[in-house]
Design a protein around this ligand. Sequence first.
Ligand SMILES: Nc1ncnc2c1ncn2[C@@H]1O[C@H](COP(=O)(O)OP(=O)(O)OP(=O)(O)O)[C@@H](O)[C@H]1O
Ligand SMILES: [Mg+2]
Length: 313
Amino acid sequence: MNKCIAFHSYKGGTGKSTLACNSAILLARKGYRVCLLDLDIYAPSFHLYFSKEPRKWINDFLTSSANIQDVMIDVTDSFNSQQRHTDSIKSNDHVGEKEVEISGKLWVGLSNPQKKEIFKLETADTNTKRQAIRRFIHLRELLMSDFKADYIIVDTSPGIRFWSINSLAIADILLLTLKMSDLDIDGTRIVAEEIYRCFIELGSKAYLVYNMVEGYCVPRQTISNKEEISNISGSTIAQKPRNDIASVTQLLSQQRSDDDDWPSSLSTDLGIEIISFIPCYCDIQFLRKEFLTVLKYKDHPFTFQIEKLIDAL
Ligand SMILES: Nc1ncnc2c1ncn2[C@@H]1O[C@H](COP(=O)(O)OP(=O)(O)OP(=O)(O)O)[C@@H](O)[C@H]1O
Ligand SMILES: [Mg+2]
């Protein structure tokens, strides 16, 4: 059965684009036909990730009669030939190694990053906006019918803005991505109550994805020594030496002891299940192409987390 999955969050910088891209690539690597859409209309990024210029942008599709075939770019072969090239440099014996090649298909649809194009959509009159919403629905239908997409993966703009909400309207599954900060949590409560609930009532499924949680850069510790924790009571992370990972870990443990299981409490309050806890892997932030982690580093724990996430969907 085909599915349309959207990554959204209240606050920016929660990892939506990274997770969307890696999920799409991993699904394509597994042999599925995948369409990845940059519907972060206000601040697109996939044109930078994929370094491609489409014949037509998603903006053209939404506001005019641009053809879907001119919007979607087939990037499967460019990944596979890049991969073969890297393999051949690494070892002549392994030329053509197929391990991390994409065996399915991957297309991307890009949003136009030019200010005037973003502005044009933002300030469009009601009729144009109404037509664009119809085209949004049509976009999904075309990808399912003409491209025979098994999965449509959608990256969205954060927050409660016109195009973020409309991007969610085409999704069957909403992945509400958040970090473990009060701002993210309070924000998620707001969008859940004001927006997601309405989509859930209309039949979409929603899940919480906690991203960049402790457990890798900062090891996760269970509270084994209460006395040790009481010694650091009253301190803040900012007062601690920056490289003192052990004390940050203790502070996190203490924080947990104060409010034992708030990720689950949020989930219970909202009636939205948690689908994933993805640790913060600071090493992937140093990669120049973090959106390709699952392709380049198939044994990285981040790749396993993305596998788990897509298996759970
Ligand atoms: N699990 C993770 N571990 C470490 N770094 C991560 C993880 N997930 C995402 N990041 C990093 O966090 C940063 C923000 O990610 P990303 O751009 O995907 O967020 P976003 O939600 O799309 O942001 P925006 O709302 O601005 O579009 C990037 O540098 C990315 O590499
Ligand atoms: Mg993004």
